[in-house]
Design a binder for this molecule. Structure first.
Ligand SMILES: Nc1ncnc2c1ncn2[C@@H]1O[C@H](COP(=O)(O)OP(=O)(O)OP(=O)(O)O)[C@@H](O)[C@H]1O
Length: 677
């Protein structure tokens, strides 16, 4: 092989002997870019007899070509993209991100990706879009499910999505590109998984296919939640931060029938909401200039079904429910206004505990809050609920919600027309009339503790067999597996179905009988449905035990209640004693302050009197001096006759001044007496 020897190689030894090329200009250059290249090249030449110099131009050419190809293709793509393609960028802080990712995870190209991202929760990490509904854990029936998840214990489904880069796929016969890139802005506040951008592009200047895909993604996503009631709660990420609606749960919609309430009341409520939500009603309202809103007030003791009815209503009308508890610390006027401004047009808004909102400033009686005698008989509508906020003073209610603030929000521009407003309270009697006047509250539903019929209904609801109930009965499971192996003939199947129906009827009859027995034992209007349900759930597989244990439970419950009442009374007494003590201390302090003030005033008066006396003294002194000047030599004569007379006259003046001072002091004292000091 022909080799180009460097001058030093054929010359005087040196580099030739060491086998290292001397510093030829191209080697200097190459060494600069690739340190050690000259040594490597010399070694290759010496041992392999390959002269790398021959290949350098080729390598350079290749590099140039690669570079040119890259930049050309990039430019080419940019031109194509901007002139011949349509692209949709998806924001990671919008719900469409969740929708699209759920759709992508179900596609073949995502499941077939060799490098992918695996998630148990595909949703955006933006905290307000984050979903942690436990129900989703059971959803293992979509395409992205890990097969292992279906076996045995239910696990969270695994979703696979393609990793960063471009991924080509076919959709409705069109070639599309799903691109997932790392967000170039390195915002320190973003989580790692938030730092991504996704886009979908298609060839052609018409983006209809992309829109279709997005619609499909949304439909699929919404369908998943169709049988569920989406619950949002108003909260802020950090204290003092801006509040927003946070999706907190997707519950399987509660059938109306499971809320035990007077059937007529239920029907009236459903009819009313149905009529309100009818498209023609909106026009009717707007034609007459009436604000298109409807409000409902649910009131009654705790655990009687107010929240359950609200959720059932939202589920029945397939609306999202937005819940705010007015007793929460964050519910001040500003926060509530922000939340109301973000409400969608058609939804249910549930304002819980409107009596505990600290609505101290009523519109009717602004001074009532300061009346402060606190007795229940003197309760003014809109006052703070005693027990929780009774001690709240004007100062510690700063930043809290006032009644007029709440009314402004309910009526104001931030309030979306078309929403169904439900307010719940345990103390309807404490609400201001303005809050529940027609237009704000159009229907009032009263809830009560369970009567005979309700108790029996709760019993039946818990023990009667329902479609889809899992009966953990080993013999039954055995029978089912046998059935799977050896199918029955139609006749036998019919017989079996009839037998099952007969058995079911028998169970229902038995449960109805037991329900009556149970209801007869439970006194009416003493226990809330929640309390009864709590007891029955303890015996959910044994209705007979529930009936048997009812008497004992009632005794225990009464005892518990009594103990609680005693504890409450004790706590109340302690609080009262503490309050009294505080009041006494306050009184003492006040008295002491008053005494101090009196003393100060007296001192001040004395000081004034002294001052006056001194002034009058000075006055009389100056009179004397003028007399003396007038009298001239006469005074001198008097002086020379001896200071006795002068001293005498001064003494008289002093006595006069003293009298004068006494008169002044008397005046001040009188003035003090007038002021009641
Ligand atoms: N009328 C009812 N029908 C069916 N279930 C009820 C009824 N009342 C209460 N329950 C059950 O009791 C539990 C508590 O009910 P819920 O939260 O609706 O009461 P609430 O009146 O809203 O109470 P609170 O005033 O304390 O918010 C729920 O599990 C619910 O199933």
């Amino acid at each position: 092989m022909e080799s180009t020897l460097l001058p030093s190689q054929s010359g005087d030894g040196g580099a030739f002997e060491t086998g290292l090329p001397s510093a030829a200009p191209q080697y200097i250059l190459l060494d600069f870019f690739f340190p050690g290249f000259s040594v490597f090249s010399a070694a290759v030449t010496k041992y392999l007899h390959i002269d790398l110099n021959v290949y350098i131009p080729l390598v350079l050419l290749g590099a140039c070509l690669t570079f040119a190809w890259r930049s050309l293709s990039e430019t080419f793509w940019q031109i194509i993209e901007s002139h011949a393609m349509s692209v949709v960028d998806i924001r990671t802080d919008d719900e469409i991100y969740n929708m699209l990712m759920a759709w992508v995870a179900a596609q073949r190209f995502a499941q077939g990706a060799r490098r992918f991202v695996v998630n148990t929760n595909l949703n955006s990490r933006s905290w307000f879009l984050w979903r942690w509904d436990s129900d989703d854990e059971d959803e293992v029936d979509d395409g992205s499910v890990d097969a292992a998840a279906t076996s045995g214990k239910k696990k969270k489904a695994l979703a696979y999505t393609p990793t960063f880069g471009s991924h080509w796929f076919w959709y409705q016969g069109r070639l599309l590109i799903f691109r997932r890139t790392q967000n170039r802005e390195s915002n320190g506040f973003l989580l790692a998984s938030e730092r991504e951008e996704i886009s979908i592009s298609c060839f052609g200047r018409n983006p209809w296919i992309l829109k279709e895909l997005l619609h499909e993604a949304r439909e699929t996503y919404v369908k998943r939640d169709q049988a569920k009631t989406l619950i949002y709660r108003g909260s802020s990420k950090n204290p003092g931060g801006e509040p927003t609606w946070q999706r907190c749960m997707a519950r399987t919609s509660r059938p109306f029938s499971t809320v035990i309430l007077n059937e007529k009341v239920k029907k009236d409520l459903i009819d009313d909401v149905t009529d309100y939500l009818h498209p023609a009603t909106r026009r009717w309202y707007s034609n007459r200039g009436i604000p298109y809103r409807r409000g409902y007030l649910l009131h009654g003791p705790p655990g009687t079904g107010k929240s359950s009815l609200s959720l059932a209503l939202a589920g029945f009308f397939k609306m999202r429910i937005y819940i705010v508890s007015l007793s929460s610390v964050t519910s001040n006027e500003e926060n509530l206004a922000t939340l109301f401004a973000e409400l969608p047009r058609r939804c249910v808004v549930l304002l819980e505990d409107i009596d505990t909102a600290g609505l101290t400033h009523t519109r009717e009686n602004n001074t009532s809050a300061s009346a402060g005698d606190g007795g229940a008989s003197n309760m003014v509508p809109g006052q703070v609920t005693p027990g929780k906020d009774a001690n709240a003073t004007a100062t510690n209610n700063v930043g809290r919600l006032s009644l007029s603030g709440l009314l402004n929000i309910l009526d104001g521009v931030a309030s979306q027309e078309g929403r169904v407003l439900i307010m719940t309270t345990n103390h309807v009697e404490k609400l201001d009339k303005a809050l529940i006047r027609p237009g704000r509250v159009d229907m009032i539903v009263k809830f009560d503790r369970a009567d005979h019929g309700m108790t029996a209904a709760i019993f039946r609801a818990i023990f009667a067999p329902l479609e889809g109930d899992d009966v953990p009965n080993p013999s039954q499971a055995d029978a089912t597996s046998k059935l799977l192996i050896r199918p029955l003939d139609p006749e036998a199947e019919k017989k079996k179905a009839a037998e099952a129906a007969r058995k079911k009827d028998e169970i229902i009859t038995r449960i109805s009988k037991l329900a009556e027995e149970f209801a007869a034992k439970v006194p009416e209007h003493e226990f809330s449905p929640a309390e009864i349900q709590g007891f029955l759930l303890k015996n959910k597989r044994n209705p007979e035990a529930a009936v048997e244990g009812a008497d004992k439970w009632i005794v225990e419950r009464r005892k518990e209640r009594q103990e609680k009442e005693i504890l409450d009374a004790e706590r109340k007494r302690e609080e009262e004693v503490k309050k009294k003590k505080e009041e006494e201390e306050e009184k003492k302090k006040k008295e002491e302050e008053e005494r101090k003030e009196k003393r100060e005033k007296r001192k001040e008066a004395k000081r004034k009197a002294k001052k006056a006396s001194r002034r009058s003294k000075r006055h009389s002194g100056s009179d004397d001096s003028s007399d003396s000047s007038e009298e001239g030599s006469e005074s001198e004569a008097v002086e020379s006759k001896g200071g006795k007379k002068k001293r005498k006259s001064t003494g008289e003046d002093n006595d006069k001044d003293k009298d004068k001072a006494a008169v002044v002091t008397g005046e001040v004292t009188k003035a003090e007496d007038r002021d009641g000091i």
